[in-house]
Structure formats: C-alpha cells, structure tokens
Design a protein around this ligand. Structure first.
Ligand code: DQA
Length: 146
C-alpha cells in the first residue's frame, strides 16, 4: 500500500490565487493540490490534503496524521508564527515534517521571522511559491526511501 503524506495548509490559504497575488502568486490551492498529488504519485506516494482556518482543527489533523501518515508537509500560514498548540501537536508526531511557505518569510515583516514549526522540521522551503510544495514532496520521498 502507498505511504500517505499529510499536506496541511493553515488560515487564509483557501484564498490563494486571489489574495495578495504579488506576494503569494496566482496559483490556487486546488492547483497546488493537483500538482503535489501528481508529484506524490510519481514517487509512489499518496496525499491527504487539507486546509483549515481553525487552529483546533489543525491540531486534530496533526493527531490524525500521527496515526495515518508516513510524513507531513505543512504550511501553517500565520499559525506558524503564533501557535504553541500546533507546536505541541506536531511534537507528538514522530514522522518527518517538511515546512513550506510560498513567500520568503525572512525577507518580510519581523513577526514572520519566528517559526514554531522550524525546530520540528527536517527541512524548510520558503520563497519559491507553489513549486515549494513539489520540492517538499521530492524531499519527503528521499527521506522515506532511506
Ligand atoms: C505563508 C507566510 C505566513 O507568514 C503568512 O501568514 C501566510 C502564508 C506563506 O506561505 O508564505 O499566510 O505561510
């Protein structure tokens, strides 16, 4: 059976393609789901793709991933910079985590420079737009093949 990769997207990412396209690009979240799903298939992996605007729902998804996922690719949006609850939930997941951001959070406002996810991540990709998700999937495949 194919290994399952949870791809978690946080608040406001449902608006991708419409929201601040000069920062986040014109690719929609549905486009990203298709692209990352295709990339997963090319590695013999499957995805379980989610977006939520609610912190508790993302915590629940981390708990689900703990049971079901071989690895996680996460873009937690603004919760990246604020959520100790999601940090705790991800800390309980003993699976590889790759953090993705469409924009380069280190070239933006200083409040985006702190990530609660990075200390738990095997790798971080930011600033490469939607392509970052595909690169994260390549990295995940490599990690899982070892
Ligand atoms: C983001 C960066 C975050 O700072 C921001 O709050 C987002 C999107 C990104 O993908 O660049 O919502 O995670």
């Amino acid at each position: 059976m194919s290994k399952l990769i949870y791809v978690l997207n946080g608040p406001n990412l449902n608006l991708l393609g419409q929201r601040e396209p000069e920062i986040y690009g014109t690719t929609t979240l549905a486009d990203i789901e298709r692209m990352v799903g295709d990339r997963a298939s090319s590695h013999g992996l499957k995805i379980s793709f989610h977006q939520s605007n609610h912190e508790g729902e993302l915590v629940d998804l981390c708990h689900q991933a703990r049971e079901k996922a071989a690895g996680l690719i996460v873009n937690l949006g603004a919760f990246t910079h604020t959520s100790i609850a999601i940090f705790d939930a991800l800390s309980a997941v003993d699976k590889p985590i790759i953090e993705v951001h469409l924009s380069n959070i280190y070239a933006r406002e200083s409040f985006r420079h702190k990530s609660y996810v990075s200390p738990l991540a095997r790798g971080v990709i930011c600033g490469l737009g939607a392509q970052g998700y595909q690169l994260a999937m390549d990295g995940m495949a490599e990690i899982l093949s070892k």
